[in-house]
Design a protein around this ligand. Structure first.
Ligand code: NAP
Length: 283
């Protein structure tokens, strides 16, 4: 019946701490753009209260959540269904309620690839080997994405080599080759893509120390760090004439899945959203 107030659709981002999250900026921008009666709340959830808090939020009518540090792995034990890709990554960052069940997926995988394809398109030679630098949480999503996208080899290097070994052992994939940190410059030879997934180059951190002189001329350089937008790695790649992809698009594209699930509208990543997120992030 017209005239009745619309039900407010509710979603949240949960983490500990949560103040730094840019997810509220993204989802509130889309709520306003699509004129949806909804709310998106940052909610601090301590590690020891995860399960109880989820139950109480669902009881209070939340349609789902983004999940950030430190809950991305522990949340998996609270879910009724986990998407197979998220299982392989070993982390869930998007949860929604469907038919009374709690469902989970990893949208970093989607966000990473969607932004790469939107920015580099056919210039990215996806059948070539890729070099992934770093072996933290984000690297897991990047490695799974690249394997599923059909790269011939993922060369994985990390300062702490045991973490790269762990990812390779978890994935059981012959295409993953672990490279010693000291061998990263040589590992650039013949790659179609270089991805920085470390926090090096982020504001307040040292730059990633890498020599791009062996990079093929058609190699794409992707830095998932987004603050600053032009990291020292991307500046060096541009100076060599290489195609570059920044980290902000991944952040925006990964939000598409959750928004569609919670608010019933598949949103667009566009220049207005990018301007809003840049302003909020100070980048
Ligand atoms: P994480 O799990 O803490 O991993 C950090 C990584 O950085 C590890 O590989 C670590 O190596 C490496 N590292 C840190 N300091 C280093 C140093 N001094 N020298 C060499 N390596 C160093 O973090 P994460 O969640 O994967 O995030 C990593 C970065 O990606 C952050 O900047 C984050 O903001 C960004 N990110 C962006 C997006 C996006 O949407 N654009 C999404 C997720 C993350 P060790 O293992 O040796 O410590």
């Amino acid at each position: 019946m017209s005239g009745l107030p619309k039900k407010t659709l509710k979603a949240a981002v949960i983490g500990w701490p949560i103040d730094h999250s840019l997810s509220p900026t993204i989802h509130r921008h889309w709520l306003a753009q699509y004129n949806i009666t909804g709310q998106y709340d940052p909610i601090a959830v301590a590690p020891n209260e995860l399960e109880a808090k989820i139950t109480s939020l669902v009881g209070a009518g939340y349609n789902g959540f983004n999940v950030t540090i430190p809950h991305k792995t522990n949340i998996m034990a609270c879910l009724d269904y986990i998407d197979p890709i998220a299982k392989r990554v070993g982390a869930v960052n998007t949860v929604w309620v469907e038919g009374g069940k709690l469902m989970g997926a990893n949208s970093d995988v989607f966000g990473f690839l969607a932004h790469l394809e939107a920015s580099a398109g056919k210039a990215w030679q996806r059948q070539m080997p890729a070099l992934v630098i770093g072996a933290g949480g984000a690297a897991r999503a990047v490695v799974v994405t690249l394997l599923d996208a059909g790269v011939s080899e993922v060369r994985l290097t990390n300062r702490t080599i045991s973490k790269a070994d762990e990812i390779a052992a978890h994935l059981q994939e012959t295409r993953v080759k672990v490279i010693h940190w000291e061998g990263r410059n040589q590992a650039i030879s013949g790659v179609g893509l270089i991805v920085n997934t470390t926090s090096l180059g982020m504001a307040g951190n040292p730059a990633l120390d890498i020599d791009l002189s062996e990079a093929p001329g058609d190699c794409v350089v992707y830095d998932i760090v987004y603050k600053p937008l032009l990291t020292p790695l991307l500046a060096a790649a541009k100076a060599r004439g290489l195609l570059t992809v920044d980290g902000l698009g991944m952040l925006m594209h990964q939000a598409v899945l959750g928004f569609g699930k919670w608010f019933g509208q598949v949103p667009q990543v566009d220049a207005n959203l990018k301007a809003a997120v840049r302003k909020a992030a100070g980048c």
